[in-house]
Design a protein around this ligand. Structure first.
Ligand code: FES
Length: 243
């Protein structure tokens, strides 16, 4: 249910956020900016943690819609939060198949462990929880999700010897906006020896486009990308090149 809370602080959208709005709107024909409403609400929620009525009013203003048009969409979908949430939101599927295999027990356990009821936030602001409908993983029930969240993995060694196995250093992940991917590889002296913005390319172990494989050593990688909620992430690690 929509809560109208006059105590809500005024909402401002950063220029970076508005730029992302503009980018989304530009994907639709002129005059059809309402089609951008769902992704824009996701962005606002990712930035502010929930959708206050003031935030929704600002979205309406940006998209030149009536406030009610934003409210009716935001309140229809359960993935939009109408009240502040914990930093981590635990969502337990309570639909039939998960219910049969123990969803209620999980919810009871979470309530007891966190000491807050469904929809409430723990005193440290870290957690809130709620029951949701089918999360499309019925065969694995009971299902609990914490998210939405991206995943990112990078191997710590690879063997670029051309045998077709483990030849590339190639990070993988899900919920990543591949267009925003950037990876750099540095040698032990801090020299940039490889760089790519192609998520599917990977490092083949060659330095500076050279013909030969770089020497056996440990290299530093730096990766940055946006997740599908347009949040920027940066990671750094080491990978061993083994021949
Ligand atoms: S019923 Fe729980 S994931 Fe579908």
């Amino acid at each position: 249910m929509l809560r109208v809370d006059e105590q809500q602080s005024p909402v401002t959208f950063t220029p970076e956020l508005v730029k992302q709005f503009d980018d989304i709107v530009s994907r639709y024909p002129a005059g059809k900016q309402k089609s951008a409403l769902l992704p824009i609400l996701h962005l606002v929620q990712a930035e502010h943690g929930w959708l206050s009525s003031k935030a929704m009013d600002k979205v309406a203003e940006y998209l030149e819609l009536q406030d009610i048009e934003v409210y009716e969409v935001a309140t229809f979908y359960s993935m939009y939060f109408m009240r502040p949430q914990g930093k981590y939101v635990l969502e337990v599927c309570r639909t039939g198949p998960c219910g049969i295999v123990g969803a209620e027990k999980i919810m009871d356990h979470i309530e007891q462990k966190l000491g807050v009821k469904e929809g409430e936030v723990t005193a440290d602001g870290l957690f809130s929880w709620r029951g949701v409908e089918c999360l499309a993983a019925c065969g694995y029930g009971p299902v609990l999700q914490i998210g939405p969240e991206y995943t990112f993995y990078a191997p710590n060694a690879f063997t670029p010897n051309g045998d077709g196995r483990n030849d590339l250093f190639m990070p993988v992940g899900t919920e990543i906006d591949e267009k925003t991917f950037h990876m750099m590889i540095f040698d032990r002296w801090g020299n940039l020896i490889f760089e790519t913005t192609d998520f599917h390319k990977g490092w083949d172990g060659r330095a500076n486009g050279g013909k030969d494989i770089a020497q056996i050593d440990t290299y530093v990688w730096k990766v940055s990308f946006n997740d599908l909620l347009h949040k920027r992430h940066k990671f750094e690690g080491k990978v061993s090149l083994i021949k």
